[in-house]
Design a protein around this ligand. Structure first.
Ligand code: GH3
Ligand code: MG
Ligand code: MG
Ligand code: MG
Length: 310
């Protein structure tokens, strides 16, 4: 088990070199009807190591391209279409993009218009390199901060898996597809065996490491399209969209076997899990689905633990 994976899970992205690296890998689009302005901005960004920068003179060209950018620098005064219209369109397509507007008019009206249209910020032209770079930087920094909070809101802090709230949101979504489109969906409810004994014998710190290791074993055995969450203390819920019962049981069995082989600082602590597997049925609530998985888990425990029931 790679403990670093967990240690660095919430490592802050705010370190300056980390921010710079992130910034320089962003895809940037600049829209301005003045070729001279484009040239100046190009030079500034180029000299500062930005690697993916595209230029547009006509609003229509930017709006019709299939390219998607992380950051947009948009001139307010343009032919054909005003900057606020362009910004409103970009914002509706990409709620998470960073959009900075640029203009030589500092009138309150034009500033408020573009900000209300969806721009994150405004920069007055002409600008020097330092002010352009600092504008980009503070916006990228708050963008990353927001991303981090969004991630934390759905993540379990100990394991890096999804938390209880998010796994249920996803379950509702996936479950809706079962009734609506008749798509298969299976779930695995999984619980560590004799975990009280682990805590009592080796301490809570080791107990936590065991929980993290089981999370890791789950991640190592599921697909990208599967969704794993920490349901409770040492219980996990895994959603397997587009997966029938027998395939889901194979996955559960792989996880069971991986966990049974875990070593902790080369020691075999005898950690095992039990799992209940069930496939969703049409016209059945997702609460019923979870209850059935729970019942199967209970039967796996009663059957002697370290086994899959489904
Ligand atoms: P069983 O085989 O029937 O599952 O027995 P068990 O001992 O595992 O019983 P149960 O599932 O009820 O035990 C859950 C225990 O897990 C109780 C609690 O002390 C412990 N636990 C819950 N969350 C955490 C945690 O975050 N860290 C640690 N170290 N222990 C936890
Ligand atoms: Mg212009
Ligand atoms: Mg248990
Ligand atoms: Mg339990």
């Amino acid at each position: 088990v790679n403990e670093d994976y967990f240690k660095h899970f919430f490592a802050t992205l705010s370190a300056e070199d980390e921010l710079s690296r992130f910034m320089r890998d962003m895809k940037i689009a600049i829209l301005d009807d003045s070729p001279i302005i484009l040239k100046v901005i190009h030079r500034i960004l180029d000299m500062n190591g930005f690697r993916f920068v595209d230029f547009y003179i006509k609003p229509g060209d930017l709006l019709h391209t299939t390219s998607i950018y992380d950051l947009y620098l948009i001139d307010i005064v343009l032919p054909e279409l005003t900057g606020d219209k362009v910004i409103a369109e970009l914002r509706s397509r990409q709620p998470n993009a960073i959009i900075i507007s640029m203009s030589q008019f500092t009138g309150e009206k034009s500033i408020s218009t573009v900000l209300l249209a969806g721009a994150d910020d405004y920069i007055h032209k002409p600008f020097d390199a330092a002010s352009l770079l600092s504008r980009i930087k503070i916006n990228v920094r708050s963008f990353q901060y927001k991303k981090r909070l969004e991630l934390m809101a759905v993540t379990d802090g100990l394991t890096g898996l999804y938390n209880h709230r998010f796994i249920f949101e996803r379950l509702e979504e996936e479950h809706a597809k079962v009734s609506r489109y008749g798509r298969p969906l299976s779930v695995i409810m999984l619980d560590i065996d004799n975990f009280k004994h682990v805590n009592d014998t080796f301490g809570h710190r080791t107990g936590d490491v065991v929980i993290q290791s089981v999370a890791h074993a789950i991640m190592a055995n599921i697909r990208k399209s599967d969704v794993a969450g920490r349901y409770g203390g040492e219980e996990f819920l895994i959603l397997l969209p587009e997966t029938g019962l027998s395939a889901a049981k194979v996955v559960a069995e792989k996880i069971r076997s991986t966990v049974a082989q875990l070593r902790f600082e080369t020691k075999d602590l005898g950690i095992t899990i039990s799992a209940g597997v069930v496939q969703a049925q049409k016209d059945e609530s997702y609460e019923t689905l979870v209850n059935k998985a729970d019942t199967n888990l209970y039967n796996a425990k009663r059957g002697g633990k370290n086994q899959v029931e489904g």
